[in-house]
Design a protein around this ligand. Structure first.
Ligand SMILES: [Zn+2]
Length: 367
């Protein structure tokens, strides 16, 4: 290997060794954490953001089980409409802090692999539009990340032009890689006025739950659709029996990223009020059979001493920690396999038994 080519130099950006990258990021994270995590939150709400009812109850208290960044998070449920939401909610500073190095930076490579392995899921999501519009001309995927959904959807709709929108840099990489015609970086409500009426289909797949104001996002989706255009939505189902059964170990709670989890009836009514007609509602078809496997994994990952990360105050892990983690994960392997098999076994009946962890809505803009 030659070091004459600057692209090959190991110290450059993402090509640096993981330990060096973690060490380089540590000072900034420690500075952010020096005054605690309270400054990352808005004030706690006393009313439901969906229906304004004051009848709230605490549904879940948890921590960041994926990145293990410091902080505590609470989800409240509205007794009147069933809307479930993070309360207090992260503010802009908090969102930046907790998203940093998840989809980009340190987390990019890991997640890129996860998402590119989800071709089967993406194909099913795309195919649900087929009976309602076999050949849309322009499709906008909102919250597209690195644009992997569009790559698969293009197999189902070969004549369709795909654009993607996301607030992270992944969308620009996706445009450069040719996965999208246009990679629009920013927030939908801000970009919507100049995209008005341009699209035949808008998809929001596991996107709305990440937004600070889902109703505003739906209104913006209507704005960028032409009359008669279709809006495809998939979100986690807070009414899922798995959510009750697995508690904080239910992956779709995904704290602290998921700010709003709306039951299907709420989303239907809001769409109808905005001038949409819901043409399809699916539960079992949107189920992703990973709940048990993910719960066991999250539990083991918390038990086993963790790998180094720049938000932990200490340095790289010592020898004991480096040996313990793989040993514990190895010991947990049979449990992981059993959970995975059970997930697959139960998947065909998840919709009928109330265990589906997500639902899908397809709505047509009628006015
Ligand atoms: Zn409510």
């Amino acid at each position: 290997m030659t070091t004459a080519d600057p692209e090959q130099a190991p110290a450059r950006g993402t090509t640096a060794h993981p330990t060096e990258r973690v060490a380089a990021l540590r000072p900034a994270y420690q500075a952010d954490l020096a005054h605690g995590t309270d400054r990352f939150f808005h004030r706690r709400r006393t009313d439901c953001p969906w229906c304004a009812s004051a009848a709230l109850r605490t549904r879940l208290r948890t921590t960041d089980l994926l990145q293990h960044k410091p902080g505590r998070f609470t989800l409240d449920t509205c007794e009147d409409c069933g809307h479930t939401f993070q309360n207090p909610q992260l503010n802009a500073k908090g969102l930046e802090f907790y998203y940093r190095d998840f989809y980009d930076g340190l987390g990019e490579e890991r997640l890129g692999k996860t998402f590119s392995a989800r071709t089967g899921v993406h194909r099913k999501q795309a195919r649900s539009v087929l009976p309602h519009d076999p050949a849309p001309r322009y499709w906008l995927d909102v919250g597209t990340g690195h644009g992997h959904f569009c790559t698969t959807a293009r197999d189902v709709f070969p004549s369709t032009t795909f654009d993607g929108l996301d607030h992270s840099q992944g969308v620009e990489l996706a445009e450069r890689a040719g996965r999208l015609r246009r990679g629009l970086r920013g927030e939908l409500p801000e970009l919507a006025p100049r995209l008005a009426g341009l699209y035949d289909v808008v998809s929001m797949l596991h996107y709305l739950e990440h937004t600070t104001d889902p109703s505003r996002e739906l209104a913006s989706a209507r704005q960028v659709l032409r009359p008669g255009g279709l809006l495809l939505i998939e979100v986690p189902d807070p009414r899922s029996r798995s959510a009750r059964l697995l508690g904080r170990w239910w992956l779709p709670w995904l704290q602290p990223q998921h700010l709003h989890l709306a039951p299907a009836a709420n989303l239907r009514r809001r769409l109808e009020a905005l001038g949409f007609t819901v043409v399809l509602e699916q539960h079992g078809e949107a189920h992703d059979p990973i709940d048990l496997l993910a719960a066991v994994w999250l539990f083991l990952d918390r038990l086993a001493p963790r790998e180094d990360a720049p938000w932990h105050p200490g340095g790289p892990p010592g020898r004991l920690r480096r040996v313990l983690r793989p040993a514990l994960l190895l010991a947990g392997a049979p449990l992981l396999v059993a959970a995975m098999l059970l997930d697959r076994l139960l998947a065909p009946v998840a919709g009928r038994t109330g265990f589906s962890n997500a639902y899908r809505l397809l709505a047509r803009r009628t006015t």
